[in-house]
Design a protein around this ligand. Structure first.
Ligand SMILES: CC(C)(COP(=O)(O)OP(=O)(O)OC[C@H]1O[C@@H](n2cnc3c(N)ncnc32)[C@H](O)[C@@H]1OP(=O)(O)O)[C@@H](O)C(=O)NCCC(=O)NCCS
Length: 434
């Protein structure tokens, strides 16, 4: 394999080093290109740009491969749990029994939130979106732990174990509280005896006079949902976390920025958009046939939500796994004939046979099923993206650490191709014309 590429610009040849990742991914290193030639590269949307080196997650979108720290997602989904996988992602290795125990203890100790923080929820209007509450609360959380949020990366790295446990544990409590605040319901405190997912469902759905006992299949479906979302390489929110971290910002602030990036419908909001799409198809009395035809016209507002992926040009491996768990959760909940589910199945069947979708390699992504799972568990639609954020937290944390630990790292500062006005003189107000 060549070690250098040659680029000819204005009749001058530049030698650019070639980098190769551990899975054979090749890249042309253009870090000195502007200095040497005056040129920058242009790649709006960064679809062709390696923005960092990372050892967390490997994806091969063409082959439908997803691995966390080298382990295939299929094996983790079958044998691991969200918390064990979170440990793996955050710390780089599967935990030894003593490490796993300590991590669980830290999560349990950190599950309650400061009573002062409870009052912050009251300041939000009753219809505030839980994602707005979550990002505000995560950022505020740092102010309750100033020694963990110093904005000095070396110091923040020394407390990384504690900070990651605080965030992974409390994000679940904050999420449940934001739901209860939005419904005007009293807060239900976490229990020390419940595992992560069961504890979350307890804080969401118990009442002061009746505990909510999660069915094992329901807790398992949630566990799997979180595990499947735990990291996904350099997507919009993770790159946002890295961008914010590159300025020296602490983990709380960086993770809060990740929540904001996740909120949009093309990223974390897609699972909610799937349910909205299914509802509107149902309300129009369509069985999905008309909608598919509209989706093929290529209009951005009529896309088949939950289909297509920037990276996967093959069946999303997470979609396969979640689909199976979905059916077992439905069976345990006694849900047999749900009109939205029927439409979803018809849409999937039709799209997988249709030349438009096949030619463009548009297959169901994880969001196609995850919204349906959340709905079956009883999670309200405006909480779907919050659930995604809880799941993605380990990935954001691990990516923050890579940035913080990189002594040679520089602040993220892309270039642009300026397309505005050329130099012009200031016009005083009385001389301006429309
Ligand atoms: C995920 C997504 C943003 C990826 O976008 P992308 O890689 O930039 O793909 P493009 O927007 O370049 O689309 C490529 C082609 O497929 C079409 N297309 C992409 N997704 C489509 C969808 N969900 N429904 C119908 N057509 C779609 C585009 O119109 C385009 O067609 P053209 O070549 O005739 O112009 C896009 O597939 C999408 O909007 N999907 C629905 C939202 C979703 O499920 N997001 C969750 C991602 S996990």
């Amino acid at each position: 394999m060549p070690t250098n590429a040659t680029l000819k610009l204005d009749n001058v040849e530049y030698s650019l080093p070639i980098m190769v990742g551990t899975e054979g991914e090749k890249a042309v290193d253009i870090r000195n290109l502007r200095n040497d030639s005056g040129y920058v590269t242009y790649d709006e949307g960064y679809g062709n740009t390696g923005s960092c080196q990372s050892a967390v997650t490997f994806i091969d979108g063409e082959a439908g491969i997803l691995r966390y720290r080298g382990y295939p997602i299929e094996q983790l989904a079958e044998h691991s749990s969200f918390i064990e996988t979170a440990y793996l992602i955050v710390n780089g290795e599967l935990p030894l029994p003593a490490q796993r125990k300590r991590f669980s203890q830290l999560l349990t100790e950190n599950s309650p939130i400061h009573s002062g923080m409870e009052h912050l929820f009251e300041g939000f209007p009753s219809d505030a979106h839980p994602m707005a509450i979550l990002s505000a609360m995560l950022n505020s959380l740092g102010s309750y732990y100033p020694h963990l949020a110093t904005n000095d990366h070396q110091r923040d790295l020394e407390t990384y174990e504690a900070t990651s446990a605080v965030i992974i544990s409390k994000v679940r409590t904050i999420a449940a509280y934001s739901y209860r605040a939005s419904r005007g319901l009293p807060y239900i405190h976490p229990r020390r005896d419940l595992p992560y997912c069961e504890n979350f469902l307890h804080m969401m759905f118990s009442t002061p006079y009746e505990p909510y006992i999660a069915l094992p299949e329901v807790a398992q479906a949630l566990n799997l949902f979180l595990l499947l979302h735990a990291d996904h390489e350099q997507n919009c929110s993770t790159s946002t976390v890295r961008m914010v971290a590159s300025s020296g910002a602490n983990l709380f602030a960086s993770a809060a920025a990740g929540v904001c990036a996740l909120w949009g419908p093309l990223h974390g909001g897609a699972n909610m958009a799937v349910i909205e799409m299914l509802k509107s198809i149902h309300a129009e009395g369509d069985d999905g046939t008309k909608f598919i035809e509209q989706a093929k016209l290529g209009k951005a507002d009529k896309r088949l939500m939950g289909f297509g992926h920037r990276v996967y040009k093959h069946y999303d491996p997470r979609a396969k796994i979640i689909k199976e768990s979905f059916y077992s959760a439905l069976a345990s909940l006694g849900i047999k004939d749900d009109p939205l589910l029927n439409i979803a199945m018809r849409l999937e069947e039709a799209a997988l046979r249709d030349e438009y979708f096949l030619a463009r390699k548009l297959y169901p992504n994880v969001d196609f099923y995850s919204g349906l799972i959340m709905r079956a568990i009883g999670i309200p639609e405006n909480m779907f993206t919050v659930m995604f954020a809880i799941g993605r937290m380990p990935g954001w944390i691990a990516n923050w650490k890579e940035v913080a630990a990189n002594r040679k790292g520089r602040i993220y500062r892309p270039r642009q191709i300026y397309t505005g006005h050329n130099l012009r003189d200031y016009v005083p107000p009385h001389k301006r014309t429309a």
